[in-house]
Design a protein around this ligand. Structure first.
Ligand code: NI
Length: 553
């Protein structure tokens, strides 16, 4: 059977530069796929020779989106190297920033980076306004901004866009594609939420900035604690924070979650056909203590969808390889494209990505909200009732979440869950302060810290499982390494030829129109790719990233 190659480069509506190549058979079914990180980064080189107290501010620049995640992780890796005990208040403040970021990231991802893979903007213009109001009540008891006047004015605005021929952010969509399944009324509801979410995501950013000084690139996390002490002690600032979260929760309950139910119904066939399912390997490290013995997320590893055997996370099982990435020993080793402009992938040793290949127990793993939900759910974690409620309302099973749509459902459930627990975190902070525990940093003398030391941190961040590793020599950074969530999901093959999560998720998908590969975009977008974060160079010697912690095959 002859195959044809389809190249999508760049994939848009993501952070960074990603190229996807798929091979399709005569029926238009994807038979093979290659994900290629197209952006070379060198932040680890910049780190060398720096003062370890500066790594947070530098690492925050790895990405323009995940700034807070890298900032915190890098600072925590130094704290680990110096064995510093960070006070409870500082941990809570860091968690409050992280939690706001979870919500902000998930809302931006779904509405602004992904929704238009499901929502046909042009079709919304055909919506009947009274029917739209009625339709929204099918999925929510009190739908968000659900009035005839609101929808009529929205429709008017979009019509003006279309009439002027300038679709702005909606230009170049595959409008009219047969894989768009929503009715004009449903499209109008989602389009309304798309625009409302634009306002929300900027509001939620303010919540991060209350304790971070600003966002992106917050300033308030330092080795040993936090600096936003006055904000922590000011009841008005805490109120401001909670006000934003309450508003976000309302949007999540009345728009985001109902939209997931609507989509789960409209795309039920794809869900049941397991569209976008990867290899069933999931990795989560868990974390975010809110009580003495309970955590927001559980950690563990699942292999091949075997939910009966969730293995505890063990850092000794992490490894990284560059057999198929553009590195060789001491050198960067870029190999150009084939004459026809496609990636060199024909040979099992051909290199095709700037992304390295992280493995857990030698296996490619999927990380992210879906991995967290599946691990926590099966370990009886706190999120379980939230998941059960959705599954029951949508008449789905837990395995159905291991799909393109399921990744979005997991993200929405997680947003709702996190909102709920933010209030508990704030109560814990207030309780601490009322007992006159106002400590926000641990005192240490830099000159007394060991000049040679290594540290690492494993953290759940919005896009998944993030690791930072640091080696300190003569009180300077000698080596610094990152494995970001997208490094896991967008990994190239290894010498064993096993596909990564992006690649595996595409296999078996049938393209309705090969000139408009909407199904590919949809599945890749469901992972919330962040390529700026994903690409990290290896140590120049091409071997170990952190002597103590990381085995490189
Ligand atoms: Ni990022």
């Amino acid at each position: 059977m002859s195959t044809k190659k389809i190249v999508i480069d760049p994939i848009t509506r993501i952070e960074g530069h990603l190229r996807i190549e798929v091979e399709v058979d005569e029926e238009g079914v994807i038979t093979d796929a290659f994900a290629s990180g197209q952006l070379f980064r060198g932040i680890e080189y910049i780190m060398r020779g720096r003062d370890p107290r500066d790594v947070g501010l530098i690492a925050g620049r790895i990405c323009g989106v995940c700034t807070n995640s890298h900032f915190r992780a890098a600072v925590s890796s130094v704290e680990d190297a110096y064995s510093l005990e960070v006070p409870t208040n500082a941990v809570i403040i860091r968690d409050l920033m992280a939690m706001a970021l979870f919500i902000q990231d998930h809302i931006v991802h779904f509405y602004h980076l992904h929704a238009l893979d499901f929502v046909d903007v042009v079709s919304a213009l055909g919506a009947d306004i009274p029917s739209t109001v009625k339709e929204a009540y099918k999925y929510a008891s009190d739908p968000y901004r659900n009035s005839e006047s609101h929808y009529a004015s929205l429709k008017n605005r979009v019509q003006k866009f279309v009439d002027s021929g300038k679709l702005g952010p909606f230009a170049n969509g595959y409008w009219g594609h047969s894989e768009y399944r929503l009715t004009p009324e449903q499209n109008l509801i989602l389009l309304s939420h798309y625009l409302e979410a634009l306002r929300f995501q900027s509001e939620i950013s303010k919540a991060v900035a209350i304790f971070g000084g600003k966002t992106p690139h917050p300033q308030s996390i330092v080795v040993g604690g936090i600096t936003s002490v006055a904000d922590m002690l000011n009841p008005q600032r805490l109120n401001d924070y909670l006000f934003v979260i309450k508003e976000a929760k309302e949007f999540i309950d009345r728009a985001y979650m109902p939209d997931m139910r609507l989509l789960a119904e409209a795309y039920r066939g794809d869900i049941k056909a397991a569209q976008g399912r990867a290899n069933g390997n999931f990795l989560a490290v868990g974390g975010y203590a809110f009580d003495n013995d309970r955590k927001l997320f559980e950690g563990g590893a699942i292999f091949g969808h075997d939910f009966t055997d969730i293995q505890p996370f063990d850092e000794k099982e992490l490894s990284e390889a560059v057999d198929r990435a553009w590195y060789e020993g001491d050198e960067v080793c870029y190999t150009d494209l084939n004459d026809d402009g496609t990636l060199k992938t024909a040979e099992p040793t051909d290199k095709y990505s700037w992304i390295k290949a992280p493995r857990y127990k030698g296996e490619p793993m999927e990380t992210g909200p879906l991995a967290r939900v599946l691990v926590s759910y099966h370990k009886g974690g706190l999120i379980k009732p939230f998941v059960d409620e959705f599954l029951e309302a949508a008449d789905l099973e837990i395995i159905d979440l291991s799909t393109t749509m399921g990744r979005n459902i997991a993200r929405a459930i997680e947003s709702s869950f996190v909102c709920e627990y933010i209030f508990k975190l704030v109560s814990r902070l207030l309780q601490n302060i009322s007992y006159y525990d106002t400590q926000t940093w641990c005192k240490y003398e830099f000159s007394e810290m060991p000049p040679e030391s290594s540290g690492r941190v494993f953290l759940e961040v919005p896009r998944g499982f993030l690791s930072h590793f640091i080696d300190i020599r003569e009180s300077k950074v000698e080596r610094f390494a990152v494995i970001a969530p997208t490094t896991w999901n967008a990994t190239p093959r290894n010498r064993d030829g096993k596909r990564g999560a992006y690649e595996e998720a595409l296999i078996g998908i049938k393209l309705a129109d090969q000139s408009k590969p909407l199904e590919v975009l949809r599945t890749i977008h469901s992972f919330d790719p962040c390529l700026a974060c994903a690409v990290h160079v290896i140590d120049l010697r091409g071997t170990e990233l952190s002597k103590r912690l990381l085995r490189v095959e």
